[in-house]
Design a protein around this ligand. Sequence first.
Ligand code: 5GP
Ligand code: ZN
Length: 109
Amino acid sequence: MCIFCKIIAGEIPANIEYQDDNFIVIKDIAPTAPVHLLIIPKKHLSNIMEIDSTLAGNLFTKIKDIAAQFGVQEKGFRLVINTGDDGGQTVGHLHIHLLGGRALSWPAG
Ligand code: 5GP
Ligand code: ZN
């Protein structure tokens, strides 16, 4: 089982900020911004290449709710989906980084 599946199963403790039937939201263990959340589908998908339209729709709708819940909707935030080796993905379970709470520089990487 992958590390995020273990967190979802409750086998590894995590700072769970939100969860429902389809998603879990945790604080990144190594935050790079004052708000650094990981929005993780409970279903194990290796990366964004495995997503379908239903999950994609639900995911972006959930992201809007989470952004509002964490108070970053007005000043803004950044979503990051690292994919594969060149994308810098280190955990092979689809997750979206939500970064905010400070002015972020661009371009990244
Ligand atoms: P990736 O590089 O795959 O896009 O991001 C994986 C992220 O997961 C990293 O930012 C890393 O800090 C975070 N992470 C890895 N293991 C854990 C963990 O056990 N708990 C939490 N909360 N975050 C983790
Ligand atoms: Zn998994």
